[in-house]
Design a protein around this ligand. Structure first.
Ligand code: PEP
Length: 266
């Protein structure tokens, strides 16, 4: 059996969202191309569709994984404006973000469509990075855990052990994302991730040895990245704004090197 995650690997990526036209995206990719992350860190970047092919070409010999920010579940057909998994793969990308809260909030993404997309991504060899997250209301009513378990269980419904081994999950509280968000406190993230770890075991089955990586996302910055990466059930971070400038992104990655080498040596 192949394993996506072991306790030692740390995933760090940045989602450019609707930023950077093709020229700016290629310039950013060039700035990242020679970068080598510390041992034990796997890095990724999610450019807009319009630069997916060019960014993938620039980064093809680098360890930086390239992923799309969304996809549709059918391969082709009368779906105006949509992009399919085979199209993403043909662009040279190997990962895709599915179920980001901005898509759930503004574009009608549901748990059901997330599941359709996850299955389609896996069918075409893409690694799905599934975002789950509680709204501020859910957080204040104390039902974050229930929401996250529901989202994760539906997203990963019907997957095989082989499939589980290719999936990543990002816990991104909706209330923590973006300029108006406030970063979740590390002890809260720790609590959520420890419970999510049990949910993952429930999903993959009691005998499964697959350890699905659990990333945290939401206002990650130079000021807090080490607090999250130091947590035993956090396998990495998904970064928005703080990672859009290549120099800042590389600095963020380098700043966890001592934490990661402690994991590698453990
Ligand atoms: C995100 O939207 O996935 C995200 C993590 O954004 P930010 O870091 O800007 O809060």
């Amino acid at each position: 059996m192949r394993f996506t995650g072991d306790k030692k690997t740390v995933w760090i990526g940045t989602n450019w969202k609707m930023n950077k036209g093709p020229a700016e995206a290629v310039a950013a990719a060039r700035a990242l191309a020679a970068f080598r992350p510390p041992e034990g860190v796997r890095t990724f970047v999610n450019p807009p569709f319009t630069s997916l092919k060019d960014v993938s070409a620039v980064l093809q010999d680098s360890p930086m994984i390239v992923g799309a920010q969304n996809m549709f579940w059918e391969d082709r057909g009368a779906w105006t404006g949509e992009i399919s998994a085979p199209m993403i793969a043909e662009c040279g990308a190997s990962m895709v973000v599915i179920g980001h809260s901005e898509r759930r909030q503004h574009f009608g993404e549901t748990d059901w469509t997330v599941n359709l997309k996850v299955r389609a991504a896996l069918k075409h060899g893409l690694r799905p990075l599934v975002c789950i997250g509680d709204t501020l209301d859910e957080f204040e009513f104390g039902v974050s855990q229930e929401t996250l378990a529901r989202q994760a269980k539906i997203a990963l419904h019907g997957l095989s052990q082989e499939d589980f081994a290719r999936v990543l999950i990002a816990y991104e509280p909706v209330w923590a994302i973006g300029a108006a968000g406030r970063p979740a406190e590390a002890p809260f993230v720790s609590q959520i991730h420890t419970k999510l770890r049990a949910v993952m075991q429930d999903i993959t089955g009691p005998d499964s040895t697959v350890r699905i990586p659990l990333l945290y996302g939401g206002s990650v910055s130079q000021a807090n990245i080490r607090d999250y990466v130091a947590l035993p059930d956090v396998d990495g971070v998904l970064i928005g704004r703080a990672g859009w400038e290549p120099a800042d992104f590389m600095k963020l990655i380098d700043s966890v090197s001592t934490l990661v080498s402690a994991r590698v040596d453990a």
